[in-house]
Design a protein around this ligand. Structure first.
Ligand SMILES: [Zn+2]
Length: 367
């Protein structure tokens, strides 16, 4: 960096040389500038009133000049100052223009480039079908209930009339929360194996009549295979009122299946067993693939088993009797269906795992 030298010789030739050195230094420094901030440092270095290069020239050359040379030196220093100031101003214009050019170049927008395409998000097929099922029942006046996924033995089994030796209570089927040996059996926590506990929770909160559907996630200690998963979704329903009969159950479910699968679908019921309903039934729909003629999907029977249902067992009402559920005065029906199973039928999905793998190639088909 340029520093102002002391002058011993004040002859015109020596002054010319010193001025030429200074201007060369100015030119070199200005050529190395790239940005507005470079320029500001440069300008201050040369023009600052306190200790800028021009101030130093004034102090070192003019003030130190011997009397006879002062006039000559003063004229030269003034000319030099004007020259330097003009040069620095000129440099500013160049820097400004080139940094503006650089800015424009950086912000250049090619409007002919193809746009950024964002993948379209959609509801997961299982949630979509769950919402569809819920909507069918909402249209019939049902409200929607929810409950905890971590349940007590009491709500998941005992109050639903599960006998102590029922297979669903077996540790082979149920995922229990560990470290609860000190608690009484009915208070022990588990991952709910069905959404049915919400039936009891609802009846505890609200006297009859009740019309409710309960969508939610349930857990069973099942190994993953083509049609089973340790986590899956259910929609359960409960209707309790005076004079509810099995006819109401059949009519309600028949209507729901027609709403879900189309008006040509038929339903049939045959006896089954669930601890919390009596009588209990399994409901089948006529095969939605072959229309009942028989195909591989329905194992050539023409029917597909779809859900379990039945009239609420009076023993279940005993647990909520004090809230108005007197089985001599009221009756009700309940049903439960697996959402994955219905989704697999509706969309002809063969493997249940596809719903949980999160593979976009599978999921984007539902967009
Ligand atoms: Zn079929």
């Amino acid at each position: 960096m340029y520093t102002v030298p002391k002058l011993d010789d004040y002859s015109p030739e020596a002054l010319d040389r010193a001025a030429a050195d200074l201007l060369r230094a100015l030119e070199n420094e200005s050529a190395a500038l790239h940005s507005e901030s470079d320029y500001k440092l440069f300008r201050d270095r040369w023009l600052a009133r306190k200790n800028g290069v021009l101030t130093q020239v004034n102090d070192t050359w003019l003030k130190a000049a011997p009397g006879p040379a002062k006039r000559e030196v003063g004229q030269r220093v003034n000319a030099l100052k004007a020259h330097v100031e003009a040069a620095i101003e000129g440099v500013h214009g160049q820097i400004h223009a080139s940094s503006a050019d650089a800015k424009l170049a950086a912000e250049r927008l090619d409007i002919t480039l193809p746009g950024i395409q964002r993948p379209i998000g959609v509801r997961h097929p299982v949630l979509r079908v769950m919402d569809e099922i819920v909507a069918v029942f909402q249209a019939m006046g049902y409200s929607v209930g929810e409950g905890p996924e971590v349940e007590s033995d009491y709500y998941n089994f005992e109050s639903l009339n599960f006998p102590p030796n029922h297979p669903a209570r077996d540790t082979q089927d149920t995922l229990f929360i560990g470290g609860q040996e000190a608690k009484p059996a009915r208070e022990r926590l588990l991952l709910r194996t069905h959404t049915s506990p919400v039936q009891i929770r609802t009846m505890e909160r609200q006297p009859p009549p009740v019309r409710i559907v309960i969508p939610g996630k349930v857990h069973r200690n099942d190994p993953l295979d083509a049609t089973h998963s340790p986590v899956f979704h259910q929609v359960e329903g409960l209707a309790v009122d005076t004079n509810i009969t099995f006819c109401d159950l059949k009519g309600t479910l028949d209507h729901a299946m027609k709403a879900l699968f189309g008006s040509s679908v038929k339903t049939r019921f045959y006896p089954s067993f669930f601890p919390f309903t009596e009588p209990s039934a399994d409901m089948q729909v006529s095969c939605i693939f072959c229309g009942g003629k028989g195909c591989r999907k329905c194992k050539f029977s023409g029917w597909i088993e779809l859900l379990g249902c039945g009239m609420v067992d009076p023993n279940v009402f005993e647990f909520v009797k004090e809230n108005g559920y007197d089985s001599s005065k009221i009756s009700g029906f309940a049903f439960g269906m697996g959402v994955e199973r219905i989704t697999m039928l509706k969309y002809e999905v063969e493997e249940i795992q596809l719903f949980y793998e999160g593979d976009v190639r599978f999921l984007e088909q539902f967009a």
